[in-house]
Design a protein. Sequence first.
Lengths: 156, 156, 93, 93
Amino acid sequence: MRVALVDCPIDVSSLISEVSDDSCGAASVFLGCVRNVNDGRAVTGIEYSAYRSMAEREMNAIVREAAERFGVSRLIIEHRLGALGLGDVSVAIVAAHPHRAPALDAMRFAIEQLKRRVPIWKLELYVDGTREWVGSGIRNRESGVEAPDVVATRIQ
Amino acid sequence: MRVALVDCPIDVSSLISEVSDDSCGAASVFLGCVRNVNDGRAVTGIEYSAYRSMAEREMNAIVREAAERFGVSRLIIEHRLGALGLGDVSVAIVAAHPHRAPALDAMRFAIEQLKRRVPIWKLELYVDGTREWVGSGIRNRESGVEAPDVVATRIQ
Amino acid sequence: MHTGRAGFILSETMTVTVLLFASYADALGKSAIELDVAPGSTVRDILGTLLAMPGGDRLPPRPLVAVNREYASAATTLQGGEEVAVIPPVAGG
Amino acid sequence: MHTGRAGFILSETMTVTVLLFASYADALGKSAIELDVAPGSTVRDILGTLLAMPGGDRLPPRPLVAVNREYASAATTLQGGEEVAVIPPVAGG
């Protein structure tokens, strides 16, 4: 059980080796990657930034919650920060367990929670030279900024 | 979209590279591995065998069905046959898509279907020198052999 | 004596190839059997023949069967020349 | 004038550190602000101050806030010394 914010490329194979041992009949992996189109605009790269101390705190909370819910203690979340190019892996979630259902459930739980709760932001760089914060409250000001569900629940 | 029965170690990294391109924001992976305990018995290895032509046919049907259901055409299933040791990867399923939900759904669909439909068998080798066909009808004869759900549905 | 649609005389027997795998191959001591069966035979008939063979009592009464690599019911009628596979519970992954 | 539980005289103001990120840091042109606020101030009060600053009109009216790295409601009362982070919509992964 480990989380990390990293500044260098994520090595998926070594994460799989790290998370598994001979008791594991199943490993599941999610990889987020920089894709070349978003919302119809041609993307050249993404700069990831974070509120590091809080992001680590939330990521640690997620792996603890996954352990409680699914009995999966073999879970690693690594998120990369900084300037990434097309195809680069931005986040890797790897889970291992003797059986497949908990490994799959814990992995999916972790990526869904990460997307909702972990304070990380992406600045998308476009082919036309412009850049924009993805999902930024500022761009969406007119229509109102909605908080992620889980966060809204906590706050009310 | 590709399936294979292979006789040599599965290279997960190269499968991930193969399945993804710059349009993919998400990749998901399932790995089945040989674990050291099954049903409380200490395992030293597994010999996988298959009805090769039918297994390939069913695996191809599964990737076609995943494409129809989830719109995921970037999907690879590789299953290894022969003698595997502890920790060896027996099956890898990798899916990629611009968005994460289809990549995750297609991957899970593929492994669940593979477990139900694809005619592959494992002979488990135990520390005490004995060996046994996993889930074999013969071992379970007294209680009756149940067909997997999906198969039973087809046959009725 | 059966006659085909075009009126040709069909032989009294036809041949199917039965494939056995894993625990079933162990039970019968072989992995492939050429069976001569009467025209109009069904998968159920083939299974009856197999269950009556030495070691056949170690098979379950209604195993899964595939005809030409496709899961098939016990009522499926065979034309001759088919590959009839008796499929133990699958355990891939 | 407020008195603490032990009877000490508390100062009329206290300091909190406000952190801004991503689009919000761009809007206000800075990523950290030391704010002197009255004792008993809430997160809502801090947000009011921020929204009144140059560029503050580019923030949404009720942004997410974390106090000491934990999501907090607008009604949360501050004791002084907290790290108050204003959190744009998260977009990790």
